[in-house]
Ligand binder design. Structure first.
Ligand SMILES: [Zn+2]
Ligand SMILES: [Zn+2]
Length: 168
């Protein structure tokens, strides 16, 4: 049995199945971003991104093509896409650098297991999207130190010790 492309709660990939990856642990934090940039990039109402250390994203099959793309911050994001079907599987933003990947939750085989920890940029939320009670929501962005669980902050501190980001 090939195990590398097996469905699991932490496996994912593109639509043509050339790119298959596995998250080797739970993510740090999951963003549901309602900014206009994410709306345009997804063609939808929001983007769902699981932030995780780059070295916890294991490529099981294929390769990604990195596309430099403008971003809201003006400093760009690097979107990793399948070279064949062009589905975006993760991004790196200038702020968090190469150390943290923003994995597109919808590319996981079981995206239901990765609900958002916070809704961000709700100032531009499409009005028909009704946010669930009990999940934090902020008009724009937030401070990780105020919102992330302790275990994720510890993981973040370990990353920053290795490669300090250009902004917190
Ligand atoms: Zn593909
Ligand atoms: Zn966004």
């Amino acid at each position: 049995m090939a195990t590398t492309s097996a469905v699991s709660d932490r496996n994912g990939g593109c639509t043509c199945r050339f790119v298959r990856y596995r998250l080797t642990s739970a993510p740090l934090f999951v963003h549901c971003c309602h900014c206009r940039w994410c709306q345009r990039e997804t063609g939808s109402a929001f983007a769902l991104n699981a932030m995780i250390e780059a070295d916890r994203v294991q490529l099981l099959n294929g390769a990604v093509e990195v596309v430099d793309t403008p971003s809201n911050s003006g400093r760009g994001q690097r979107i990793s896409r399948c070279p064949t079907c062009r589905i975006a599987v993760w991004s790196n933003y200038a702020g968090a650098g190469e150390a943290v990947r923003f994995v597109r939750v919808g590319t996981l085989d079981e995206p239901d297991r990765c609900p958002p920890d916070i809704h961000i940029f709700t100032a531009s939320k499409q009005p028909w999207v009704v946010l669930p009670p009990g999940v934090p929501a902020v008009a724009e962005y937030y401070k990780a130190s105020e919102r992330w669980p302790a275990a994720s902050l510890e993981r973040r501190a370990a990353l920053m010790a290795l490669a300090p980001p250009t902004r917190s």
